[in-house]
Design a binder for this molecule. Sequence first.
Ligand SMILES: [Zn+2]
Length: 271
Amino acid sequence: MIGVLSAVGAVAAAGLSARWNWWRPAVTGGLPVLMYHKIGDFPRGSKLKKLWVSAADFRKQLEYLKDHGYSAIDFRDWRDAEKGVRPLPEKPVMITFDDGYMNNYDLAFPLLKEFGMKGCVFLVYETMEQHNAWHDPETEPWLKMLTWAQIREMQDSGLVEFGSHTMRHRNLAELPADEVRWELSESKARLEERLGRAVIGFAYPYGSGAYKPEVRRAALDAGYRFDFSIKQGISALPWAREKEPVRRLLIRGDDNMFDFHLNMTRGKARF
Ligand SMILES: [Zn+2]
């Protein structure tokens, strides 16, 4: 909280820069879904530095959530609430990680455990135990992905639920329909076999296809209950599934706690 106040003070002193979204009225209710990729310090040669959030920053963000009374939920909590089994907590938040990097196990998982908060990780099936083969190594060096033993341990902790991020992280908006269906259905079936439970969350690689009606239809037809885009914002609850995929809040490596606060309360930090 002190961090937020001092950040607020710093921005006020700077004349309330128009770059920040401070003036928009706070969003009430809804489900903020945080979108992370890599936790840790970016490696030499990375041109995607903003997608690396340091462990120290991630800890501060979890502290913010705790101090502000948020409870982290997973896909199953949301499904149970929709089915009337158990209502959602008063201030729900979802903490998601795209791609399934080993740094999620090494650096994010211990902090989730420390804070007792749940996370959701979207896996690219064919890259597990290997590396981020879809990246050009000129842009992002090869990184280790989660192993099945790590995935099992995270799932068994009860704190991490896994979703699909396709088989190969291809751009679904540019694939023929039969390959889109294969990416969606094959990853779901293989993950379910590995994890021994239903896989109900899906995130579109690059956010691509999320707003292309035939791709989105295919994702829902494949049996995913929740599909996540990269469109910035906070989806209202109850979520209008027929209208659009779940929006998310991109947490960037160069965000400060004032950005985080604006994301959580306004659905957007900067312009
Ligand atoms: Zn991705």
